[in-house]
Design a protein around this ligand. Structure first.
Ligand SMILES: *[C@@H]1O[C@H](CO)[C@@H](O)[C@H](O)[C@H]1NC(C)=O
Ligand SMILES: *[C@@H]1O[C@H](CO)[C@@H](O)[C@H](O)[C@H]1NC(C)=O
Ligand SMILES: *[C@@H]1O[C@H](CO)[C@@H](O)[C@H](O)[C@H]1NC(C)=O
Ligand SMILES: *[C@@H]1O[C@H](CO)[C@@H](O)[C@H](O)[C@H]1NC(C)=O
Ligand SMILES: *[C@@H]1O[C@H](CO)[C@@H](O)[C@H](O)[C@H]1NC(C)=O
Ligand SMILES: *[C@@H]1O[C@H](CO)[C@@H](O)[C@H](O)[C@H]1NC(C)=O
Ligand SMILES: *[C@@H]1O[C@H](CO)[C@@H](O)[C@H](O)[C@H]1NC(C)=O
Length: 496
């Protein structure tokens, strides 16, 4: 018994794992237990071999992979067909969770193939009205391909289709499926493979696929979801690292096969993904897989897989003022934490401290529109540069370093004070003043309104407010240009 089973164990593993996983509902190999019919566009015939085996359609459903002449389906290559197809039809509507396609080992003629799942029985010429569930675009496609539909794909028929329009099919179309395993459930209540309660969906389901061939490559794909190859416990460290690098967090990946992974079951999860976003003034440093320890994976992917993180850093001259620089993809496609906000900063500008005094500065962090104010030391006058400098949007200070010089005779008061010669500074100051005046105006209006009778309050209040406002602004403008700014500023801010 053991002996008999040895050969097929590998091929049964997939099914056993799936059944174990979904004890709520029965997942079956539909091409075996729910087969209505199968066909192929033409049949290749080994005419020189005794018994002339035909590569008929049902050979893709017989559980045999290795012997091409006895275990595979194959279309005729003697004529230059423009199209080739293989199809299987089930007895009734089903839900497909997994398709495992096995082509020929060491002989690749299926470049550009399509997989269609149709929800009604059609002929191959009607396929153009369906969207393929998969189209392989590799010049040299994998010998084995496992596609997972985590939420299940409704269908009654599965087509493999090759179109000669693909240049790599050398202008003729051949389809050579050695085995097509379609796992799913049946939309009938009392069927042995009935789809009972909802399966998979957003839940983290572990999927398995057994590597059939030693030579060639093996591909995995999660339909519109990400592939997270998170369980590599059965592999050696070096091997698991290369698998993770290749597949973890990807929708589709391909592994080169060899004797060390042939016959082994690769287990993985298909899970919801988070859309990668860009944040202003923020750079992506690397993607991070916390569950398996830090290592960067492909940062060009437009999505990040469940439980994988993106690590950002603020652009040069920027610092984080809100949110998080590490975001993890959580359930329901949500990122953990808050989007990072990076703001531009200026380093405190240096000044000659033996001639100039830093009068105002909110060191150590300066953001856009923050300023520093200097005065000349006693018996010094301002000769060059700017006594008020503002942090601008590029993280630079406006103006130039202030230069104060010792006066030979007593300094003239006006010349030693802070003149605003920098137009940017002036503008910012005026904007601030205007804002403050708005506040004053509001207060004023309220006071006035409280003291005026209700009848005509609005016009009169507004009138008074704006007249006062304009008057004050004009007054200010004149004062700023002609006089001692810091004194005035303090006056406005803190009162006389
Ligand atoms: C088949 O699928 C199409 C969309 O792909 C849908 O519009 C149509 O209603 C489906 N038909 C049946 C019988 O489920
Ligand atoms: C087959 O190739 C033709 C020509 O490139 C293309 O228009 C057509 O859509 C293809 N058929 C399918 C089913 O993709
Ligand atoms: C990973 O695989 C091992 C061995 O097959 C198994 O014991 C373990 O439960 C798996 N882990 C997960 C999270 O599925
Ligand atoms: C995200 O940032 C907020 C503050 O912005 C902080 O309270 C929280 O702990 C951060 N979360 C993580 C996971 O670092
Ligand atoms: C940071 O920049 C945002 C706009 O990008 C702004 O709303 C916020 O006030 C800034 N924070 C600081 C501290 O400058
Ligand atoms: C002036 O600057 C020098 C170095 O530039 C520094 O060592 C010194 O402490 C400063 N003095 C004051 C009063 O800030
Ligand atoms: C910021 O200030 C620096 C130095 O004065 C200047 O070179 C730069 O053009 C300014 N940037 C902006 C956006 O005004």
């Amino acid at each position: 018994m053991r002996h008999l089973m040895a050969q097929s164990t590998v091929y049964l593993l997939v099914g056993i794992f799936l059944i174990n996983k979904h004890n709520a509902s029965q997942i079956c190999n539909l091409g075996k237990v729910h087969l209505y019919n199968t066909s192929i566009s033409s049949e290749y015939e080994y005419s020189k071999i005794e018994g002339t085996p035909r590569l008929s359609a049902e050979k893709a459903l017989d559980g045999k992979y290795h012997n091409h002449s006895h275990g595979c389906a194959g279309s005729n290559v003697m004529k230059a067909f423009g199209e080739a197809w293989w199809q299987v039809t089930f007895k009734s509507a089903s839900k497909i969770f997994k398709i495992n396609l096995v082509f020929r080992e060491q002989y690749t003629r299926h470049a550009g193939y399509y997989v269609f799942i149709t929800n009604r029985t059609v002929t191959y010429s009607e396929l153009t009205s369906f969207d393929p569930v998969y189209h392989d675009e590799e010049p040299s496609p994998s010998q084995q391909m496992t596609i997972i539909f985590p939420e299940g794909h409704a269908g009654v028929q599965v087509f493999l289709y090759v179109n000669k329009s693909n240049p790599s099919t050398e202008n003729y179309a051949v389809i050579e499926p050695c085995e097509v395993e379609i796992y799913g459930c049946v939309d009938e209540l009392n069927h042995e493979c009935a789809c009972s309660s909802a399966i998979a969906g957003e839940k983290l389901t572990r999927w398995n696929s057994t590597v059939i061939f030693e030579h060639g490559s093996f591909s995995l794909r999660c339909d519109s979801n990400y592939l997270s190859l998170m369980n590599v416990t059965e592999f050696e460290k070096s091997q698991s690292i290369s698998m993770l690098t290749e597949c973890d967090g990807k929708q589709q990946c391909s592994l080169k096969t060899d004797s060390t992974i042939e016959g082994k079951s690769i287990s993985f999860f298909c899970y919801n993904k988070c859309l990668n976003k860009n944040y202003t003034n923020t750079l992506l440093k690397y993607n991070f897989a916390e569950d398996i320890g830090q290592y960067p994976y492909d940062v060009r992917d437009p999505f990040t897989a469940f439980l994988k993180s993106r690590v950002f850093e603020c652009e040069e001259r920027h610092v984080l003022t809100d949110g998080n620089l590490t975001l993890q993809c959580r359930e329901n496609r949500q990122w953990s934490g808050k989007a990072p906000v990076c703001n531009v900063t200026c380093q405190e500008p240096d000044h000659e401290n033996d001639t100039t005094i830093l009068e105002y500065g909110k060191s150590p962090m300066y953001f856009k529109d923050d300023n520093v104010t200097y005065t000349c030391k006693k018996n010094h006058r301002h000769v060059d540069g700017n006594l008020i400098r503002v942090c601008n949007e590029t993280g630079d200070w406006t103006g130039k370093k202030p230069v104060c010089k010792r006066c030979k005779c007593p300094c003239d008061r006006v010349r030693s004070q802070n003149f605003i010669s920098d137009p940017q500074v002036l503008k910012i100051r005026l904007d601030k003043l205007k804002k403050e005046l708005e506040v004053h105006k509001e207060k004023l209006s309220k006071t006035v309104r409280a003291k005026t009778c209700a009848k005509d309050e609005r016009t009169s209040v507004r009138g008074i407010g704006s007249v006062l406002g304009v008057g004050i602004i004009t007054f200010m403008l004149i004062t700023i240009v002609c006089s001692d700014f810091p004194l005035l500023y303090r006056h406005i801010r803190y009162g006389p």
